[in-house]
Design a protein around this ligand. Structure first.
Ligand SMILES: Cc1cc2nc3c(=O)[nH]c(=O)nc-3n(C[C@H](O)[C@H](O)[C@H](O)COP(=O)(O)OP(=O)(O)OC[C@H]3O[C@@H](n4cnc5c(N)ncnc54)[C@H](O)[C@@H]3O)c2cc1C
Length: 161
């Protein structure tokens, strides 16, 4: 089978605009950890099911140990949070978060999803982590968007229906 080159794949994939989330979890010592992720996908409405694609690291270990994670959707002013949680290694102080029902929730997010893992699927160097959503909430404000390898503010201009 022919394979797209990594460079052209990366360039083409970057044209798929996404929101930006931070996955948070408690590690095996009960410490908060988090990572920036734009692979968040809603899989089904009933039961409410989502997936994220996570590469090995501290957050992967924390989720595997506890079977739980929280998806925090970043608002338009969340660029620094995104950078913080994409750092390697992410050792800085954890930004403001509260523990709700045993899961860390970042303050000021657009939406959150508390997730209970139902399946792990290893694909090359990532794991698809599929989960049911136990609780979620949202507020009406504008999102942070990742497009063409850059951050953008807002939801764009609505197209007429
Ligand atoms: C906009 C944006 C979107 C992103 N979306 C995603 C996403 O959807 N999924 C995703 O996985 N990442 C994504 N990243 C990258 C991710 O945020 C960073 O890699 C982050 O540092 C991971 O945090 P961590 O604490 O889990 O990893 P750390 O423990 O800090 O490890 C850092 C990196 O070291 C490597 N590493 C660590 N331990 C191992 C091990 N045992 N075996 C092999 N390699 C290892 C991995 O590459 C790992 O990501 C995104 C980054 C950005 C900016």
């Amino acid at each position: 089978m022919q394979r797209a080159s990594p460079a052209s794949f990366r360039e083409a994939a970057s044209r798929f605009a996404t929101g930006v989330t931070v996955l948070t979890a408690l590690d095996e010592h009960g410490r908060v950890c988090g990572m920036t992720a734009n692979s968040f996908v809603t899989v089904s409405l009933s039961p409410p099911t989502v997936l994220v694609s996570v590469k090995p690291g501290r957050v992967h270990r924390a989720i595997s140990a506890t079977g739980r994670y929280c998806v925090n959707v970043l608002p338009d002013h969340g660029r620094e949070l995104s950078r913080h949680f994409a750092s390697q290694p992410n050792t800085g102080a954890t930004p403001d978060c509260e523990i709700v029902d045993g899961l860390p929730r970042l303050q000021g997010c657009l939406a959150y999803f508390a997730c209970e893992v139902i399946q792990y699927v290893d694909v090359s160097d990532h794991t698809l982590i599929i989960a049911e959503v136990s609780t979620c909430d949202h507020r009406d404000t504008t999102p942070l968007v990742f497009f063409s390898s850059r951050y953008h503010r807002g939801a764009g201009v609505p197209v007429e229906r």
